[in-house]
Write a protein that binds this ligand. Structure first.
Ligand SMILES: [Ca+2]
Ligand SMILES: [Ca+2]
Length: 371
């Protein structure tokens, strides 16, 4: 890590486990005071993050914004302030900051040939790089992809030596030959990135690609909005150092439903579907989550609200007094992420959601902690 990066990371006060680079502010929901023990809370400093790449960065799924949407939501649920930067703007109602540097159809070489100007203009402190998918369509174009990737990373880190560059593995492609090349490329990335880091380049690798499967693709090339929410969780961990465990609401191994409905196939949902019709006094969704040790934890609920005002669920932990979980009205199929701090016992814990004000759906729940 370059000394300049250390300086601003320390300024932000967000170092967790030696790798996190974002500070957290207060809790963004439920009107609760921030839990000082959960995250290193300091005055939030806005971090400039450039999402850089191809259509999977721009957002292929109905202009939802790709992984950027849920990444923004996860960071916001912690009270972390970020400024996505780039010359493009795209995204749906759940992505307030739509700036990005994703260029549909572009190859590693095309990004290489244009990146200096973008970096000089946008001055990112963090670069999230997902590129190479469009190099995987022929053996000839794939053959030179690692060398082009090295050249691109050298160019980025030379142009912006104080920026932290996080590179990801690639998601699958539908065609068998395309996907074979993706897998081979992904297997080369740890060595490629590790070599550059060993040479002092401010770059590291994260693996969002393995969060996705071919069944997530909505066309031969792109995973959908719900699927990339799982990739977004990997990006979040890369930025914060916080590991997340995902519990899909619709999976019977995770949650018990009473007078609520596991809805049908749904591209906006993580895991392919969601739970709705939590509409009645006796409706409930009761998750059972596992905590390795007792103490403070945080959950983030991926919730949907298609009404015109804030709606809520009441949340009871292990049968205790209920607190209100409030969801912004973004429209159905536009998912918010609501953060709630809670204290768990070691072992299994029940998180019971019941109907609150108006109507809301639950897609999934992410658990972290203790810290
Ligand atoms: Ca912005
Ligand atoms: Ca789900």
């Amino acid at each position: 890590m370059k000394s300049g990066v250390k300086a601003w990371a320390m300024k932000l006060g967000g170092l967790v486990g030696g790798s996190a680079i974002l500070a957290a502010g207060g809790l963004a929901s439920s009107g609760q005071a921030p839990d000082q023990s959960l995250v290193p809370v300091e005055a939030a400093a806005t971090v400039r993050i450039m999402p850089l790449g191809d259509s999977n960065t721009a957002g292929a799924d109905s202009a939802q914004g790709g992984y950027r949407t849920d990444l923004w939501q996860l960071l916001a649920a912690d009270g972390r302030e970020v400024d996505f930067v780039g010359s493009g703007s795209a995204g749906g109602p759940a992505l307030p900051d739509k700036n990005h540097e994703g260029h549909g159809g572009w190859t590693i070489q095309q990004i290489h040939d244009n990146v200096i100007g973008w970096l000089q203009t946008q001055q990112p402190q963090v670069v999230l790089l997902q590129i190479g998918t469009n190099d995987m369509y022929t053996d000839a174009s794939t053959a030179g992809a690692p060398a082009r990737m090295t050249a691109l990373l050298n160019r980025i880190t030379s142009t912006a030596p104080d920026a932290e560059v996080i590179v990801t593995t690639l998601p699958p492609l539908a065609d068998a030959n395309h996907n074979r090349r993706v897998q081979a490329f992904n297997q080369l990335l740890p060595g490629l990135v590790g070599s550059l880091a060993g040479a002092g380049r401010n770059v590291r690798l994260t693996d969002t690609g393995s969060a996705l499967i071919q069944g997530d693709l909505i066309d031969p090339f792109h995973p959908g909005y719900g699927a990339v929410s799982r990739a977004a969780a990997r990006w979040y961990t890369a930025l914060t150092g916080i590991e997340l465990t995902r519990y899909e609401a619709e999976q019977t191994s995770n949650a018990t439903l009473v007078n609520a409905v596991r809805l049908g196939s749904n591209v906006s949902s993580s895991g392919g579907t969601k739970v709705g019709k939590i509409d009645f006094a006796d409706s409930s969704v009761t998750f059972t989550v596992q905590a390795a040790t007792a103490g403070p934890h945080r959950i983030r609920i991926r919730g949907g609200n298609g009404m015109t005002t804030v709606c809520s669920h009441n949340l009871s932990v292990n049968g205790g007094a209920a607190t209100s979980v409030q969801y912004q009205p973004l429209g159905w199929e536009n998912w918010t992420m609501v953060g709630v701090d809670l204290t768990l016992n070691a072992g299994p814990n029940t998180l019971k959601f019941t109907k609150g004000a108006c109507f809301a759906e639950i897609d999934a729940l992410y658990l972290s902690g203790p810290s």
